[in-house]
Design a protein around this ligand. Structure first.
Ligand SMILES: NC(=O)c1ccc[n+]([C@@H]2O[C@H](COP(=O)([O-])OP(=O)(O)OC[C@H]3O[C@@H](n4cnc5c(N)ncnc54)[C@H](OP(=O)(O)O)[C@@H]3O)[C@@H](O)[C@H]2O)c1
Length: 297
């Protein structure tokens, strides 16, 4: 299979490229990949996909720094919606399947049980709204699409949009530099390890019916519970205090509950995502060896 990954220098993109081991993989991003591509440059996208003729295009690129999306809504819609619509049209023309990564932030207030793919979205932020617009536009342009919503990503490559450190690294850094750490109990999600998600994306690209998929690790926790698990798994001795989102005022609205049920994957017998704590256990040894033990945090 010939695969084109757009966003391949990003946190998830790096692991997606590795997950397609054995395939002909082409990596594109704004920078730091063999192919330099701005997804908003329609002509460049059309030429690349047309000339390469991939079997599958995987788009992990996004403008997804949530506060910056509020400041620059036109940019958010340009990258997350309009460019994605054009990419979808080009994929359809070229006969390529489009696998596109979306987000739990398409959901809003009031959730108390995991959201299935059929549940109505209600984004609270420009980021969530622009990603939802991208989903609708893909569905309209490219019948052979798989839209994959995920949540709370952390991996070995830095999340470029969020300035480098992921939540696990931030918690370990805070624990190493402060006597106590305060983390919110009132935001519930499913932390998702990018290596596990990347393997799931390959299964989706190769085997899933076209459509919308939720793909996160299994289970749920608050950020506070996630922090506790990180400290337990690393035997980190720190005082962990409870906080609420009111303790960290922000102009950006985030869902208080954004757990996704991998319902469509389960229905097709394709859900290979591990429980979130197992994902954390898989991630930590590599991270600890590479970063913590070298005191680079
Ligand atoms: N991180 C999370 O917690 C999370 C949660 C749910 C869903 N998601 C979704 O998961 C996907 C991957 O996220 P990630 O964590 O891997 O983010 P990331 O590390 O920021 O990777 C995104 C990549 O997209 C590139 N990009 C941005 N604008 C572009 C453009 N105009 N043309 C081409 N490439 C562009 C970025 O390049 P530059 O860095 O050079 O700008 C970056 O390399 C995104 O679609 C995001 O919406 C993320």
């Amino acid at each position: 299979m010939k695969v084109l990954i757009i966003g391949a220098a990003g946190q998830l993109g790096v692991d997606v490229a590795r997950a397609f081991d054995g395939c002909e993989v082409h990596c594109a991003d704004l920078a730091d990949t063999p192919i330099a591509l701005d997804i908003t440059d329609y002509e460049a996208v059309r030429l690349l996909v047309g000339n390469l003729a991939p079997d599958c295009v995987i788009n992990t690129s996004a403008f997804h720094n949530v506060p910056k999306c509020e400041e620059k809504p036109a940019m958010a819609y340009a990258v997350n919606a309009t460019a994605v619509q054009r990419l979808a049209a080009v994929c359809h023309e070229a006969g390529a399947r489009l696998v596109h990564i979306s987000t739990d932030y398409v959901f809003g207030y009031g959730g108390t049980r995991p959201y299935a793919e059929e549940d109505p979205p209600a984004p609270l932020s420009t980021y969530g709204a622009s990603k939802l617009a991208g989903e609708h536009l893909i569905a309209a342009e490219c019948p052979d699409h798989c839209i994959v919503r995920s949540s709370g990503l952390y991996g070995h490559a830095p999340c470029r949009a969020k300035g480098g450190k992921n939540f696990v690294q931030t918690m370990l850094h805070l624990a190493a530099t402060r006597p106590e750490v305060k983390v919110v109990t009132d935001e519930i999600l499913t932390p998702t390890y990018t290596v596990a998600l990347a393997k799931q994306i390959r299964v989706i690209a190769e085997k899933a019916e076209p459509g919308l998929y939720h793909a996160t690790c299994n289970g749920q926790c608050s950020w506070h519970e996630f922090a506790r698990a990180i400290f337990e798994e690393t035997n980190t001795d720190v005082t962990l205090k409870e906080a609420t989102s009111a303790d960290f005022p922000s102009p950006v609205k985030r869902p208080s509950y954004s757990v996704l049920e991998n319902k469509h994957l389960q229905a097709q017998g394709l859900d290979i995502m591990p429980p979130w704590r197992e994902g954390l256990r898989e991630y930590l040894p590599v991270n600890m060896a590479g970063e913590l033990l070298n005191h680079t945090l």
